[in-house]
Structure formats: C-alpha cells, structure tokens
Write a protein that binds this ligand. Structure first.
Ligand code: FES
Length: 106
C-alpha cells in the first residue's frame, strides 16, 4: 500500500462553513471548512449516489446528505442518522503555502 499527498485545491477555494468537491487521483473527495479547520471525506453518500458536497453542514460537525437527509460525522466518517448505515471514508488533510493536500492510500 502506498500513500500519497495529493494537491486538491487552494485553501481559499473552500467556502467558510462550506464544502467543495474535488478529484484526487481516482477519488472524488468532499472538502469541508469548519471554522479554520479543513476536513476531507469521500464525496459519495453510502446510502445512494448523492454527492455530499451538495449537502449541508449542520451543527456538531455533521454533513447532511441532500437526497434523503441521512448524516455523517465529518471528522470520523461515522454514519449517525438513518437511512445511512455504512460509514464514509475520511482522509488526512494538510495545508502548505495556501494549498490543500489530501492523503490518499492505494
Ligand atoms: Fe444519501 Fe440517501 S443518498 S441519504
């Protein structure tokens, strides 16, 4: 297994309390900015094919899916409300010189 830090976006590309869909290698990723902290998860909801980047960040650091309103913990990827049962993947994030990098494992 190899791990690579892949440049995903500029820090300013992710809106405050918002999301941004990016492609890193073969992965569709959803980036989040909550306060000054950035997070990254897989973009596809595990319940269906909805894009979490089109969802809504709700209180307590949850992302609510736009299709059936299930939700996940952005920090851990844990599915926390129905109809979502399977967790989403989370990815390490770092910033350098105003750019966001996401660590992807093969
Ligand atoms: Fe996300 Fe159904 S597709 S909750």
């Amino acid at each position: 297994m190899t791990e690579n830090w892949i440049e995903a976006a500029a820090q300013d590309d992710v809106p405050e309390q918002g999301t941004l869909q990016v492609r890193c290698a073969s992965e569709l990723i959803c980036l989040y900015k909550i306060g000054v902290t950035l997070y990254a998860t897989q973009d596809e909801c595990t319940h269906g094919s909805a894009s979490l980047s089109e969802g809504f960040i709700v209180e307590d650091g949850l992302i609510e899916c736009p299709l059936h309103q299930g939700s996940f913990d952005i920090k851990t990827g844990k599915a926390v409300s129905v109809p979502c049962k399977d967790d989403i993947r989370v990815f390490p994030v770092k910033t350098e010189n105003g750019k966001i990098f996401v660590k992807i494992s093969d």
